[in-house]
Design a protein around this ligand. Structure first.
Ligand code: ATP
Ligand code: MG
Length: 482
């Protein structure tokens, strides 16, 4: 049924009385968009994750709309609207801080340009553009600016309008999984199902539309999406959808690092990081996202880095579950701890002081990592600061040691210290000391720190002391794991 040859132009229509998608569960801004399209004589459907999630009893994180109105027609209907994307233009309709993405039905290309995500290029400086005005909740239609008509040519001079925009029964086949290809019709609140998606949702099965290998080759990121939906929804992969993945995993190497960063954040920062990691590893995908980390973990599958990784992912999932904030830099420190500790040990053995050894190791790990997943400086710099602070936890004697408590990265560094202690990469006594000191009133803190004077510095588990240039050094306690 999913084969292109047997594409069914007629959907199964599930009437409102037979499905649980009620308007009360749909964001009012999405409803406004749908009604305005309908009132203007266009088709308006909710599609993708929002329909799937509501069927599963999950609150959708965003609402995507599909319509037969062209992007310019959508733009004329909504003043708070802006067109994005180069080859495939999409409309973003903004309501406060919520954006409803409105996509015109598209036919599938046979040129590999079928994927939605990969072909959209967000203009740079999105945030600035938002403040240009025009996004206030004011639905007055705007005149269409010149040069924004539909006759847009692509790189090869082909008329995009004729080739790209289609009808719903063409749009459905370019979508990835059957569960993501259910359309909720604002006309009569029914759900249109061309691919058997409703049954797959019921059976919690993730099934690619069409021939799996072809679809992965068109867009290898679909392999990561397969893992993400397994992890997020607890679906199992239909065998034909799962089988090609290990064989095709290497295709991820050709995906731009910025796109992989997006996907990595969706995989690891949405509350199911541990499961996502297990699945990525099982499908042979992890090594294509984090090659150095994967090599380290393969060498030492039960080592400190492996323990820290799983504990760090669990902690991240717990935080997300509690609605607390999670920072990508912390996550990347967790994922890259193996290679960072390995490189730090090398620098340390060369006689470089511990903090510097760790900072150097971070730089090396980030340079390597950037070939696969591009880490922006806003993540890599705080990560390096946080890791390079780790040796400072060993300095506890005297009131100056307490300055660490007011360091802007103290909180994250302390959380990382706890992870390291839990993984056996740090003396638990050190972690305990810094936990207790934070609970004491100021006077007692100082007294406690002063009383440390004259005490021998604690031995780090597995400490390797060696002489270099007549000086004694322990391992760099940012977490060498050798
Ligand atoms: P969630 O929002 O929970 O992450 P989603 O399914 O809504 O999941 P989006 O990335 O928001 O995922 O994409 C919206 C819809 O666009 C998908 O449901 C799917 O139909 C289609 N889509 C997105 N990415 C692809 C892709 N790489 N290939 C084919 N279709 C895609
Ligand atoms: Mg979505």
């Amino acid at each position: 049924m999913n084969e292109p040859s047997s594409r069914d132009p007629v959907p199964v229509i599930i009437p409102r009385s037979e499905h649980p998608v009620s308007r009360a569960l749909v964001a009012s801004s999405a409803l406004k968009v749908l009604y305005r399209l309908k009132d203007a004589g266009y088709q308006g459907f909710l599609v993708g994750g929002c329909v799937r999630d509501i069927l599963l009893g999950i609150t959708p994180k965003d609402f995507d709309v599909a319509t037969d109105a062209s992007p310019d027609e959508v733009r004329r209907l909504f003043r708070n609207c802006r067109l994005i994307g180069r080859r495939f233009r999409l409309a973003h309709v903004r309501f406060g801080d919520q954006v409803i993405e409105v996509a015109t039905f598209r036919a599938m290309h046979d040129t590999g340009e079928t994927d939605e995500e990969g072909s959209i290029e967000e203009p740079e400086g999105d945030a600035e553009i938002e403040s240009e005005g025009g996004f206030e909740e004011d639905l007055e239609p705007l005149p269409v600016p010149r040069g924004f008509d539909e006759r847009v040519l692509d790189d090869r001079g082909r008329l995009l309008r004729d080739n790209v925009y289609g009808s719903i029964d063409q749009d459905v086949w370019r979508r990835d999984f059957t569960c993501n290809a259910l359309y909720y019709n604002i006309e009569d609140f029914s759900i249109w199902d061309y691919t058997g998606g409703a049954e797959d949702v019921r059976n919690r099965t993730l099934r690619l539309i069409g021939d799996p290998e072809t679809r992965y080759r068109e867009d290898p990121v679909r392999m990561l999406r397969a893992v993400r939906f397994q992890a997020k929804l607890g679906f199992s992969l239909h065998p034909a959808t799962g089988d090609p993945i290990p064989r095709l995993a290497r295709l991820l190497d050709g995906i731009p690092p910025a796109r992989l960063l997006d996907e990595a954040q969706k995989l690891f920062l949405t509350g199911h990081a541990h499961r996502a990691y297990d699945l990525l590893a099982a499908h042979g995908l992890f090594e294509h996202l984090f090659p150095a980390a994967a090599r380290h973990l393969q060498r030492e599958p039960d080592g400190m880095a492996a323990r820290l990784l799983l504990a760090g992912l669990d902690a991240t999932d717990r935080r997300v579950g509690e609605g607390r904030s999670v920072t990508p830099m912390f996550l990347f420190a967790v994922l890259l701890f193996g290679p960072v500790s390995e490189y730090a040990q090398r620098r340390f053995d060369e006689g470089v002081p511990a903090s510097q050894a760790i900072a150097d190791a971070c730089d090396q790990a980030v340079i390597e990592q950037n070939r696969r997943i591009g880490l922006p400086k806003r993540f890599s710099i705080p990560m390096r600061e946080m890791l390079a602070l780790q040796p400072r936890f060993h300095r506890r004697a005297g009131r100056k040691a307490l300055n660490l408590l007011t360091h802007p990265r103290f909180r994250a560094a302390y959380d990382f210290l706890l992870l390291r202690a839990g993984a056996g990469a740090e003396d638990p006594e050190i972690a305990r000391w810094w936990t207790e000191i934070q609970e004491l009133p100021r006077e007692e803190r100082i007294a406690r720190a002063e009383s440390m004077k004259g005490e021998a510095p604690p031995a780090t588990p597995g400490t390797r002391r060696r002489r270099r240039g007549g000086r004694r050094r322990a391992r760099p306690s940012g977490g060498a794991d050798a």
